[in-house]
Design a protein around this ligand. Structure first.
Ligand code: UTP
Length: 293
């Protein structure tokens, strides 16, 4: 079982980051020196993915431009002797074979994934949510691909979270442990109350699914928010096929809300070679003597 293709759904409205996201896709918001979506494409590539489909909608064309060649800019940079910058700009476009497809109507994550059926065809594929950054010593998607290959089935990223956070996620029912960090999953539900949760393990934005999901999504009725929910489709899939969850090793940043976005900016800036040490001292000083302006 080889996972060669990935889908990055990026057709949401991004309402939690308005007004920024009125004209800038949230996937294009900068994280220090690159936009959020570049980290996600890099993770896919480092997990062995060769072809990526990004699902977009109206207003997301800056994503297409970002992964295209920029001949005028490159020519100018080379003319000015800035070959390193020209190479950086070119490398972004050469990272992988990237395709684009519009969702046209915001009918939910499940509907966005269903739109990828022709691109994916009849093979297992990965999904990486366009606003979730995952950093692990081993790329998180790679951890999922290995679990999917070892068990010849779908695998999803899961993490244990407290009761007061579970209603923001989907919870999963764990049947038994299969191997280190890998669990058999037999049921799931979307955004449960603490009473409805199936466990404290929540689904996080990485998936490797078998192509059986497409037939299921085609017949999945709109659920929460009147949208076609991927969780509803996967609930059916895990009732039909073996299905595992990976309690992944690594950090996760949800850049789609203000606090998560700020946390990721600070962490990535602190790691930045040029500005990290300076920022650390700046934050210490600021915390001692911050005055409102
Ligand atoms: P979110 O729940 O984060 O929704 O979607 P959103 O619209 O992007 O952001 P908010 O909640 O309004 O701030 C989860 C993922 O599903 C994609 C989003 O792009 C994101 O990657 N999505 C959601 C679609 O591609 N299409 C949809 O119709 C809905």
């Amino acid at each position: 079982m080889k996972v060669r293709k990935a889908v990055i759904p990026a057709a949401g409205l991004g309402t939690r980051l308005l007004p920024n996201t009125k004209s800038i896709p949230k996937e294009m918001l900068p994280l220090v020196d690159k936009p959020v979506i570049q980290y996600i494409v890099e993770e896919a590539v480092s997990a062995g993915v060769e072809e990526i489909l990004i699902i977009t909608n109206r207003g997301k064309s800056p994503i297409e431009d970002y992964f295209d060649y920029a001949p005028d800019l490159e020519e100018r940079l080379r003319f000015d002797g800035k070959n390193k910058d020209a190479d950086t700009v070119r490398a972004v476009a050469d990272m992988a074979d990237i395709f684009f497809l519009r969702q046209k109507e915001t009918k939910g994550l499940g509907h966005a994934i269903w739109r990828a059926r022709s691109f994916v065809g009849d093979e297992p594929f990965a999904i990486l949510l366009g606003d979730d950054i995952m950093l692990g010593k081993k790329p998180v998607l790679k951890q999922l691909v290995e679990a999917a290959e070892a068990n010849s089935c779908s695998s999803i990223a899961i993490r244990e979270i407290p009761d007061d956070a579970i209603s923001k996620y989907s919870s999963v029912k764990i049947d038994h442990k299969i191997s280190n960090r890998v669990y058999s999953i037999t049921d799931m539900n979307e955004k449960p109350t603490p009473d409805e949760k199936l466990s404290n393990y929540a689904i996080m934005g990485r998936y490797v699914l078998t192509p059986g999901i497409f037939d299921i999504l085609e017949h999945t009725a709109p659920g929460r928010n009147n949208e076609i929910q991927l969780t509803d489709g996967m609930k059916t899939l895990c009732g039909m096929e073996h299905f595992v969850g990976v309690d992944f090793e690594g950090r996760r940043y949800d850049t789609g809300n203000l606090k998560g976005y700020l946390e990721s900016i600070i962490d990535f800036a602190l790691k930045n070679e040029e500005a990290g040490a300076w920022l650390k001292q700046f934050i210490i000083d600021k915390a001692k003597s911050f005055e409102e302006f």
